[in-house]
Design a binder for this molecule. Sequence first.
Ligand code: PGA
Length: 248
Amino acid sequence: MSRALIAGNWKMNGLKASLSQVEAVAAAVGSGHGDVTALLCLPATLVAAGSESAEGTALRIGGETCHHNVKGAHTGDISAEMLADAGASHVIVGHSERRADHGESDAVVSAQASAALAASLVPIICVGESLAEREAGRTLERIESQLAGSIPDGVGAADFVIAYEPIWAIGTGKVASTEQIAEVHGAIRAWLSGRFGASGVETLILYGGSMNPANAAEILAVDNVNGGLIGGASLKAEDFLSIYRAAI
Ligand code: PGA
């Protein structure tokens, strides 16, 4: 692959003992391989220690969400600056689990992405349709409205990453077909070109949803797929690394 990002999303998994997996990934990534970035987005409690484990290597550490405000009276929330201070380089925003569990709207996701950029983090903005939306033939309409609502004004095309994650494929073992992925990634690229002109090609578009060592190479070969956002298969260093190796 040319420029690509292989990103893990540990979700609400991982205790201090799991740092051995971060260390194993960091050791294998070493000084990096070409233009393919390896990133592990960790629960907030592990970001600082994970960053220490990855220090001196090309492995990057990210957060899984951030608050849209810079600081203040938001008990339990984490700001983008806090993640950056703990060593993060990226943060996932608008994951469908956050949109569902915490009622995060496109407007909130857009504000979170702005907060991330203000703290010099790269936001990974997630979009994806439900099974009902796909079955109703409304997939592209849904994705385009999420893109329009979730990407903040005033950003450059290379400042953020998009992750296309069909909700029905997340954690279900049901992976989207290469035709379905090609169609949506092509539509996202066309939308980005409409918004950003020639620089629309610079945005990385990741696929996420039951990606694993067995299907990674095929998915990564699809047009306009510039990497993956990997949940379950990112928890074990060996599985994550095998997906990373499929990209380098
Ligand atoms: P999964 O999760 O790989 O476990 O399907 C992907 C994600 O939700 O980011």
